[in-house]
Each structure stands twice: as C-alpha cells, then as structure tokens.
Design a protein around this ligand. Structure first.
Ligand code: G3P
Length: 222
C-alpha cells in the first residue's frame, strides 16, 4: 500500500513564493525524511524548476494544459513539467476550473509523460466523473471550506465518505485525497479513517511561521 500523500499547494500566496517556497520545501523535506511520510508541494511555475532541482520531495504543478509542445503561447505543457523535474500536476483546482474536455486532455498529457494526475473535484458527483478519466488521484475539496480555517474532516466528513465510495465504485485503483481547512493531525487522521489516501492543503502550512511544526502535527497520527 503506497504511503499517504500530504500535498501542500502554495497557490499564489506571497508566503509561498520565492525564498519562502524554498523554506517550505526545506521543512517538507525535513519532516518527510524524519517520518517516512510522502510530503509533496505544488509551487507556482516560477518556483517549480528550482524546487525540483534542489529538493528530493515530489513537486507538483498547480495546473497543466493538455497541449503538445508547439505554438501555444502562455500555456504550460506536460512536456515542460517533465523537463523541469515535476512529479505531476493538479488539474481543475477550484481556483482554476477547466472544461471536461480540458481535464481529460490534461490527464492524458500527464500520463503520456508518466506524471501523476490529481484531478480536483467539489462533490461526490464530480468526483465520480473525475474517476472515470482514470487519474492517479481525485482530490475532493468543498469550495466553501477552502481557506476558511474550518476543516472538511470535521465540518463535512460525509462528503469525504461519499466521495471515496463514488470514486471507488467507478475505479477502485484511483486514490482519493481530500482538502479544505486541513490543519492538524486529527484532520488528517479523520480523512484517512474515512478511506482517503492523504490530504491536499494550503493555508495552514503556507501561512505558518514555522511550517515544519505544522507538518509534524499533520503527520503525527499516521
Ligand atoms: O489546494 C488546497 C486548497 O484548496 C485547500 O486550501 O487553505 O483550505 O488548506 P486550504
């Protein structure tokens, strides 16, 4: 059974950009090595290549376009992510929604390059739809709880349970993450007990004065 994944999305937070992205990656690598838990980060594009170069943790993009290399100005290809050393990409994050056709082409582009696809969803119905596209992960995040400081694990455990069931009914090989307001070891434990394979989170780590302390707490009950 693969290790749980703790995936930290740095979004475009000022506290997650440039030197600060390196500090968070340093903390993530330290805690991953101490614990053996897989901790990945999803920085902005500008920071992606340097982080891949300097750290041994999995680095994910926050978005990818399903284009082949060529005349596509202002897009990011899976080919470019592979060349930069990325492990995979988020797709269809709540703050970067895509059409169904775009989601499908992004998944295929990642898989062509043997990169991990994490499709984000907002409820159990879209989670089932996402699973039908055969990504490695579906990440269920109720949009109203994102960045709220209120954990999905405590505020809406039912949506996690229903999404895990919906995803596995479509494709039992697809792993499930959950996110929105995740901030403690207890939140992570509840999510795992409900059948997920890890969590996708942002603000509790990115905005922390000491990200390593928060990360140690997050993995403390695994
Ligand atoms: O991608 C993770 C994110 O949407 C959850 O954000 O700040 O609620 O952990 P946050």
């Amino acid at each position: 059974m693969p290790s749980p994944l703790i995936l930290v999305n740095l979004k475009t937070y000022k506290e997650g950009t440039g030197n600060r992205a390196h500090q968070i990656a340093t903390a993530a690598q330290l805690v991953a090595r101490e614990s053996g838990v897989t901790i990945g980060i999803a920085p902005g594009y500008i920071d992606l290549h340097p982080l891949c170069h300097h750290f041994a943790i999995p680095v994910y993009a926050q978005h990818v376009d399903g284009y082949e290399p060529g005349a596509h100005t202002g897009h990011i290809t899976a080919d470019a992510l592979k060349a930069a050393g990325a492990a995979g990409s988020l797709i269809n994050h709540s703050e970067r929604r895509l059409t169904l056709a775009e989601i499908e082409s992004s998944v295929r582009a990642l898989q062509t390059h043997k990169l991990t696809a994490v499709i984000c969803s907002n409820n159990e119905v879209t989670s089932a739809g996402a699973a039908a596209l055969g990504p490695e992960y579906v990440a269920i995040e109720p949009p109203e709880l994102i960045g709220s400081g209120v954990s999905v694990s405590k505020a809406n455990p039912e949506i996690i349970k229903r999404s895990v069931a919906a995803v596995h009914a479509v494709n039992p090989k697809v792993r499930v993450l959950t996110g929105a307001g995740i901030q403690s070891g207890e939140c992570v434990k509840i999510a795992m007990d409900l059948g997920t394979d890890g969590v996708l989170l942002a603000s509790s780590v990115v905005k922390a004065t000491d990200p390593a302390t928060v990360l140690r707490d997050l993995i403390s009950k695994l």
